[in-house]
Design a protein. Structure first.
Length: 238
């Protein structure tokens, strides 16, 4: 099957993929294969991510995690293409699309490889206890670290592919920086909208919370998380 060929090339013959992107040949099929790899890897990891408190949440997150990665790649696609044009690159829309999905495909494969480790930690975590909040935060921190590591590996592959393209032009570092920033900003906000992930100790399991569009990730970060780390209180707490 073609998907297995693309997987084998991605793992062992990455230069062939870089050359294919540079030539602009068969990009539609390669884009599709990367999307399939994203769904496969992220679904498996998503099931582990959401399994701590409720089996139904494992199913929800197995759907939501690949959705998050696919939507992030899709939403940043136009921005990445426009920014590359502004910065002097001559990349086609298809080339930008394949490069964007390449990063997420690599990240998804890393997450798939981390499934046994995170599954062990999740299985050993206490399901219900007085310290359930501590357990939740510990698991959340573990998964954030794993996803961050996978994302770092994915963007490393993106950099290698992008920097090797003659069409990327002389300002390839600036293009990469803009693309990386767009992935982070869009991905963080979409992850906020699609919560819950691990499963809060205070809420019942749902696919997406009713208040999904209330607030945003950055408000939560700067008004809640950082002030709590620095002072132990929310920014607006009396």
């Amino acid at each position: 099957m073609r998907i297995w060929t693309s997987l084998e090339r991605l793992l062992h013959r990455r230069r062939e993929i870089d050359a294919q992107i540079a030539l602009g040949q068969g990009l539609g099929a390669l884009w599709r294969d990367f999307a399939i790899l994203i769904v496969a890897g992220a679904s498996a990891y998503g099931a582990v991510l959401g399994m701590w408190r409720w089996p139904i949440l494992a199913l929800y997150v197995a759907i939501k995690l690949p959705l998050l990665l696919l939507l992030t790649s899709w939403f940043v696609l136009l921005l990445n293409w426009i920014s590359s044009r502004i910065l002097g690159a001559e990349l086609s829309f298809l080339q930008v699309g394949v490069l964007s999905y390449l990063a997420m495909a690599v990240a998804s494969l890393i997450l798939l490889a981390l499934v046994p480790v995170t599954l062990l930690f999740t299985y050993c975590a206490p399901e219900q206890s007085l310290d359930a909040r501590v357990t939740h935060n510990s698991l959340l921190l573990m998964h954030v670290g794993a996803i961050g590591l996978a994302g770092l590996a994915g963007t490393r592959f993106l950099w290698k592919a992008l920097s090797g393209l003659p069409a990327a032009g002389p300002r390839v570092r600036s293009i990469y920086a803009v693309w990386l920033l767009s992935f982070v900003l869009v991905g963080c906000q979409l992850s906020w909208i699609l919560r819950p992930w691990v499963g809060s100790v205070y809420y019942d399991p749902v696919f997406i919370r009713a208040e999904a569009l209330d607030g945003n990730f950055y408000e939560f970060l700067f008004a809640d998380v950082i002030p709590r780390l620095l002072t132990g209180r929310k920014l607006y707490e009396p």
